[in-house]
Design a protein around this ligand. Structure first.
Ligand SMILES: NC(=O)c1ccc[n+]([C@@H]2O[C@H](COP(=O)([O-])OP(=O)(O)OC[C@H]3O[C@@H](n4cnc5c(N)ncnc54)[C@H](O)[C@@H]3O)[C@@H](O)[C@H]2O)c1
Length: 686
């Protein structure tokens, strides 16, 4: 039995969800059985009121993704939703006051259950999260969430909650009208009981006579609603069935009675939960994400470690961001730079990020202050000599057991470690910009990096709330190497005479956050040039000509390296505006127009194929790292679930066949690697 059932002397029943052998409560078959048995008993026993709470740290985590992932047939998913909702609806209409005593995080199905209660009281802990994040896994709140939120708040207020899937803290939930009361943990049940005694005749607003949806029904809102699908389409390019389904379920549901609305919701739920997009997203953002945070790539035999004091060398764009996120995680931080003025500027930037939050950061030019650091992260200019110098300076003062990390984006870690007196304690921690927003950190193992150094770096990344992927040292590591193929393909298309606007929209339609040329402008061609020169120097030979080279050379010769210089593939008349440089087409006249699909496939295939090469060369070593790294590192189409899942989604046999075709037409970068061909022949998948 998953629920504890207690009736007090006043006749109030407290149901405490407490699923055995699980850290959280989830909605699965066992849960539904317990719910049914409990509802039967409540009907029989006729209590004065009902309180629903949880014995776990969280209230109820929501639908069991293991089950949702397995639904293949919409009809099975439809019945699952209907069964769950039927029980909840019985409770809601029992004629007894029912209170959700929300003791901890309450997301998805958890909030849906709470919404079916007549009154919601939540512990006032800013860390507690409430929300309907289903959409982020490609799903729809099919446990009554759409129907009830719309009836509670009205369509306009409901849309952002349902379609953006953002979580809120209890205070925000109170302001939004999702909960009614806050409480300290000790008074939670007391308050719930008091509410029951004060409201013996309770029902939901939507079950009362004369009820109207707040803000008006869809007919009244028609002028506003008319734009909503178009606005959504502009954001999603039609790649995400879930937000579209949510919008339809909400609007259609608002036109009919509660029970019909609820059935409409189940139907849309069944449609999206069985979609390819939902499977891709559940696989990546649930299962693979859990594998990563569960430490799949962390050396198993090293006990947990804790970084207490972290030193940051360089307070520039990356350094101050790393200092801020470390301080937010409660670490003591010492941040240095070459001069007082720069380090002060870095500190001012940190204060902007931290707002009024307390922190323990020393900003200094004095390396002696780094004493006692168990981790030092270097984020000085991308200059091999300078990096070597600061490594030596820092190692003189840091703890002997401490580890040293470089945030280099391009220099091989093994070669940087040569400047270290303890190369086994040297590692790469590649952050992404802006650091406080980007979730990924690429951990790079050098040849000599020890397992305990890796474990410590891994634990640190988790502690600052980021997602660690672990890769082996190689040029461009994993993320920069694969990501670079996307803007380069954009340049190749331009070189071949494709329309720049069509190139950009093909990138976005394929699911990338920005077009390849806009992205190249962000990265800047000067950086690309610098990296290429460094690579030539390191390899001691010229690099072969690459597709798109003539574009690269022309843009450099016209002094248009990118956004930072105010001129690139785009013109930047001011901070907010940009438009494609009109002369692009003069220099690269249009010819041999390709279809949009052909361009989209080229852009996605280059990335997917380069990822397979990284896997074969052991640059990345896990499928989860490759997928999650691609989505969180450079925004690879989330609805495809990452670069390798893209191949699964396409089907390996079809992918290989298509790759051969592209190779024939456009060159060796599309040649499918041997291992992939073998996998396809054996009908395997990643
Ligand atoms: N910008 C990005 O998007 C990005 C992303 C990942 C990694 N990186 C890497 O991070 C590193 C830093 O990049 P950034 O963008 O923050 O550069 P930046 O130019 O903004 O900052 C570098 C800082 O290092 C400081 N510095 C120079 N000499 C120093 C010394 N002797 N001691 C201490 N500080 C010194 C500079 O004054 C400057 O503040 C580079 O290796 C870069 O490749 C950058």
């Amino acid at each position: 039995m998953s629920f504890d059932y207690q009736k007090d002397e006043q006749g109030i029943v407290t149901i405490t969800m407490d699923m055995p052998n699980r850290s959280t409560n989830v909605v699965n078959m066992e849960f539904l059985d317990s719910l049914q048995a409990t509802v039967e008993r409540l009907v029989e026993e006729d209590p004065k009121g009902i309180i629903i709470t949880s014995a776990k740290k969280t209230f109820l985590a929501g639908g069991d993704i293991e089950i949702l992932y397995r639904f293949k047939e919409p009809i099975a998913a439809f019945s699952f939703a209907e069964v769950a909702k039927g029980q909840v609806r019985r409770l809601e209409t029992l004629g007894k006051p029912i209170v959700a005593a929300i003791n901890g995080t309450c997301l998805g199905g958890g909030l849906e259950l709470a919404l079916s209660c007549h009154h919601r009281i939540c512990v006032d802990n800013p860390k507690t999260k409430l929300g309907l994040p289903e959409v982020t896994l490609g799903l729809l709140p099919g446990g009554g969430g759409v129907t009830r939120i719309v009836r509670l708040l009205g369509l306009e207020k409901a849309f952002p909650i349902l379609i953006e899937g953002k979580n809120m803290n209890p205070q925000k939930a109170l302001e939004t009208g999702i909960i009614h009361e806050l409480s300290n943990p000790e008074d939670l049940i007391k308050k719930a009981k008091k509410w029951i005694l004060d409201n013996p005749e309770s029902s939901q607003p939507w079950d009362q006579k004369g009820y109207k949806i707040p803000g008006g029904n869809p007919q009244k809102l028609a002028p506003k609603l008319a734009f909503a699908p178009a606005m959504l389409q502009a954001k999603t390019w039609g790649n995400y069935p879930a937000p579209e389904a949510i919008m339809s379920a909400a609007v259609e549901g608002a036109l009919v009675d509660f029970d019909t609305a609820s059935r409409i919701e189940s139907r849309y739920f069944a449609q999206v939960v069985t979609s390819k997009e939902a499977k891709n997203m559940m696989k990546a953002f649930w299962f693979q994400m859990n594998q990563i945070s569960g430490g799949e790539n962390r050396p198993k035999d090293i006990p947990p470690t804790e970084v207490k004091k972290v030193g940051i060398l360089g307070s520039g764009m990356m350094g101050h961001g790393i200092a801020a996120v470390s301080a937010m995680a409660g670490m003591e931080v010492v941040m240095t730079d070459a001069d007082e003025k720069t380090v002060e500027a870095g500190l001012a930037n940190i204060k902007d990020i931290l707002k009024k939050r307390d922190h323990n950061i020393i900003a200094t030019t004095d390396y002696n202050k780094l004493k006692g650091c168990d981790l030092i992260i270097e984020a000085v200019f991308e200059d091999r000599e300078l990096k070597g110098k600061v490594t030596e300076m820092a190692e003189k003062v840091m703890e002997i057991t401490g580890i040293f990390a470089s945030n280099t984006s391009t220099l091989p870690i093994t070669s940087l470690a040569e400047k270290s007196s303890r190369p086994e304690n040297f590692i790469g921690l590649h952050f992404f910009s802006p650091v406080h927003k980007m979730k990924l950190v690429e951990i790079i193992k050098g040849k000599k990096t020890s397992a305990s150094t890796l474990a410590k770096a891994f634990d640190y990344v988790l502690k600052i709330g980021k997602v660690p992927i672990v890769v082996n040292d190689s040029r461009g590591f994993y993320t920069s190497r694969v990501f670079g193929t996307y803007p380069e393909e954009g340049m190749a298309l331009l070189e071949e005479g494709q329309n720049p606007r069509a190139i950009e929209s093909a990138g976005k339609q394929a699911g990338m956050p920005v077009g390849p040329l806009a992205l190249m402008d962000e990265v800047s061609l000067s950086l690309l040039k610098k990296v290429r020169l460094q690579t030539q120097k390191d390899l001691g030979r010229e690099l072969p000509k690459a597709p798109g080279d003539s574009v690269f050379e022309l843009m450099m010769s016209m002094n248009r390296p990118g956004k930072a210089s105010g001129a690139g593939f785009y013109e930047y008349p001011d901070k907010e505006k940009k438009y494609l440089w009109p002369e692009l087409q003069k220099h690269f006249p249009e010819k041999n127009r390709l279809s949009q699909t052909e361009m989209m496939e080229r852009m996605m295939f280059v990335q997917a194929l380069e990822t397979v090469r990284c896997l074969e060369e052991s640059v990345v070593t896990s499928i989860a790292d490759a997928n999650i790294g691609s989505v969180f590192g450079w925004g690879f189409a989330p609805f495809k679930g990452g670069t390798l899942q893209f191949i699964n989604d396409y089907g390996l046999r079809s992918f290989v066949k298509r790759a051969y075709e592209l190779e024939k037409k456009y060159g060796a970068r599309f040649k499918p690697p041997k291992g992939l061909v073998v996998m396809a022949e054996k009908d395997q998948a990643f």
